[in-house]
Ligand binder design. Structure first.
Ligand code: ACO
Ligand code: ZN
Length: 159
């Protein structure tokens, strides 16, 4: 358990993953099936984190461990993929997003990942700022990545 002010960050378990589903549905246009959350959880359980305040879930991060082409060279590397992160609006700007991501990154390192990457909407300035503060850089743009036609930046960082 990690304390961030009054908040607590804990590893999820199969019985409370639906808390992340609820937060996702309130905060992001990209939704997934419950089976997808479960699959992500089982791939990297210690990287699926939920933030709590007084017994209420207020944020989450979920990540996958993958092997793929490096974002910084031409080799195949083990990499962490930040699939989704969100904090409920009334609990933002208190350091939770940063703490969720930092904790997940530490755990990717412990799993032997050499890099971490994610996709983010090119207009999502709030999220991009958090990623840049944690030393992610924009490595490329994927046009029409989102179903409404918006482009994504791929952002990545070496671990
Ligand atoms: N007091 C005041 N400001 C603070 C404090 C504090 N104690 N701590 C951090 N901040 C500031 C940070 O410096 C940063 O400010 P800046 O933008 O001026 O640099 C800002 O608060 C945000 O940092 P955090 O508080 O760490 O992040 P937050 O908890 O607000 O979560 C997140 C960021 C997850 C991106 C949130 O905005 C969110 O849920 N957005 C909607 C969902 C979303 O877009 N998710 C990302 C999609 S992309 C993907 O999932 C891969
Ligand atoms: Zn992704």
């Amino acid at each position: 358990m990690i304390k961030v002010g009054e908040y607590e960050i804990r590893e999820a378990n199969e019985d409370n993953i639906w808390e992340a589903v609820k937060i996702n549905e309130k905060t992001l246009p990209e939704h997934y099936t419950f089976e997808f959350y479960l699959e992500v959880y089982r791939n990297f359980p210690e990287g699926f984190l939920i933030a709590w305040l007084d017994g209420n879930a207020v944020g989450y991060i979920m990540n996958r461990i993958e092997r793929g082409l490096s974002h910084f060279g031409f080799s195949i590397v083990k990499q962490g993929h930040v699939v989704s992160i969100a904090v409920l609006p009334e609990h933002r700007r208190k350091g939770l997003g940063t703490a969720l991501l930092q904790t997940a990154i530490e755990r990717m390192k412990n799993r032997g990942c050499q890099e971490v990457y994610l996709e983010v909407r090119v207009t999502n300035e709030e999220a991009i700022r958090v990623y840049e503060k944690l030393n992610f850089v924009k490595v490329r743009t994927i046009e029409y990545y989102y179903s409404d036609g918006e482009d994504a930046y791929v952002m990545a960082r070496k671990l």
